[in-house]
Ligand binder design. Structure first.
Ligand code: PRT
Ligand code: ZN
Length: 285
C-alpha cells in the first residue's frame, strides 16, 4: 500500500495550525519535537518535519509529495509545484515600508533607491510590473533594521499586526502580496498518491466548511414561522419541530459564519427567541 508523504514546518508559525488541521481531518500521529519523520496510524500518510524554506524544493524533487507552506515561500522559491488548496491560516502580507518620517507619495519615490528584503523574487517581479528600478539587497533576517543601519531606505517584509514595523520606526507604504498557508503538491504524483490526496482534500474541505458555518437553533412563534424560515439561508430547508408549548416551533438550520450577526438581528426582529449558535465540527455536502 502506497503512502503519501507530506512536508510540514518543523517549528515555527505554521507548525501548530498545520498539525491541528491534519488532526481535525481524523489523522492520528505523534510528533516528538526532535523527530524528523513520523507516520500516521490510520491514514496512508507520512510526515517530514522541515524548515519551511526547504519545503517547495523537496516537493519539487519528489522527496515529499505534498507540503504546507506560506504562499509567500511557495512563490518566492519559484519551484515546480502547484497549489492544491488554500488553507486560510497564517495570513499575512508582504509590504514595502520606509522610515516613518520619510517623504513617501508613491512607488516612484523608490526609483534608484535601495530596498532590503528576504523576498527578492516577489519584490523584483513587483517592481518590474510597476516599471520602477531599485537595487534589491537580499538579507535573510532582521530586515526591519536595514534603514536604521543605513543599508537601505526601504524594506520589503512580512507584516501581520504591524507592530514590528512600528517598533522599528517604520511605516507601511505599499502591500505587494497577500499570503496564507497553502497545500502544495508536486507535478509527478502516481495515480495512487493522487487518490490519497483527493481523500485528504475531501477531509480538509469538510473541516473548513465546518469552521465557516454554524448550526443555529431557535424558537419561533407559529405566526412568524414563514418569515423566520425566509431569513435563514440554510443548507436545504430548515428542520421545524413543534415545542411542547402550543404555538411555538423549534427551527434548526446552518448559517455561514460571515452572515451570522446580520441574520441574528433580522431573526430577533422577526420574533425568534432562545437563539443558540453552535460550532460544527465537520460538514459534508
Ligand atoms: O525556521 P523556519 O525557516 O522553518 O521558519 P521561518 O522563521 O522562516 O518562518 P516563520 O515560522 O516565522 O513563518 C512561517 C510563515 O508564517 C511565513 O512564511 C508566513 O507565510 C507566515 N507568517 C504569518 C509570518 C507572519 N505571519 C509574521 N508576522 N511570517 C513572519 N512574520 C514575521 C515577519 O517576518 C516580521 O518579522 O513577524 C514580523 C511581523 O509581524 P508583526 O505582527 O509585528 O507585523
Ligand atoms: Zn524559513
Amino acid at each position: 500500500m502506497e503512502k503519501i508523504r507530506i512536508a510540514v514546518q518543523k517549528s515555527g508559525r505554521l507548525s501548530e495550525d498545520s498539525l491541528s488541521l491534519l488532526r481535525e481531518c481524523g489523522i492520528k500521529f505523534s510528533n516528538g519535537m526532535r523527530k524528523l519523520k513520523s507516520e500516521a496510524a490510520n491514514f496512508p500518510i507520512e510526515f517530514l518535519f522541515l524548515r519551511d524554506d526547504d519545503i517547495p524544493g523537496y516537493v519539487e524533487d519528489g522527496v515529499a509529495d505534498i507540503g504546507i507552506v506560506g504562499e509567500n515561500v511557495a512563490v518566492e522559491k519559484g519551484r515546480e509545484v502547484t497549489i492544491a488548496k488554500r488553507l486560510g491560516f497564517s495570513k499575512c502580507r508582504l509590504s514595502l515600508a520606509v522610515a516613518k518620517n520619510a517623504q513617501y507619495n508613491s512607488l516612484e519615490d523608490l526609483e534608484g533607491g535601495n530596498i532590503a528584503t528576504s523576498y527578492p523574487v516577489i519584490l523584483g517581479q513587483y517592481l518590474k510590473e510597476k516599471g520602477v528600478k531599485a537595487t534589491i539587497h537580499e538579507i535573510s533576517g532582521s530586515v526591519e533594521i536595514a534603514p536604521s543601519i543605513g543599508l537601505a531606505e526601504a524594506i520589503c517584509d512580512i507584516v501581520s499586526s504591524g507592530s514590528t514595523l512600528f517598533m522599528n520606526g517604520l511605516k507601511e507604504v505599499e502591500t505587494i502580496f497577500r499570503s496564507e498557508a497553502v497545500l502544495i503538491k508536486g507535478t509527478a504524483l502516481s495515480a495512487e498518491k493522487l487518490e490519497i490526496l483527493d481523500r485528504l482534500l475531501f477531509r480538509i474541505d469538510a473541516v473548513q466548511r465546518g469552521k465557516n458555518n454554524k448550526y443555529i437553533l431557535l424558537n419561533a412563534p407559529e405566526d412568524q414561522l414563514q418569515e423566520i424560515i425566509r431569513i435563514l439561508p440554510g443548507m436545504r430547508s430548515p428542520t421545524v419541530l413543534p415545542l411542547a408549548e402550543k404555538g411555538w416551533n423549534s427551527v434548526h438550520s446552518v448559517i455561514q459564519e460571515e452572515e451570522f450577526w446580520e441574520v441574528i438581528d433580522q431573526l430577533k426582529a422577526a420574533g425568534a427567541e432562545g437563539i443558540l449558535v453552535v460550532p460544527i465540527e465537520k460538514m459534508i455536502l
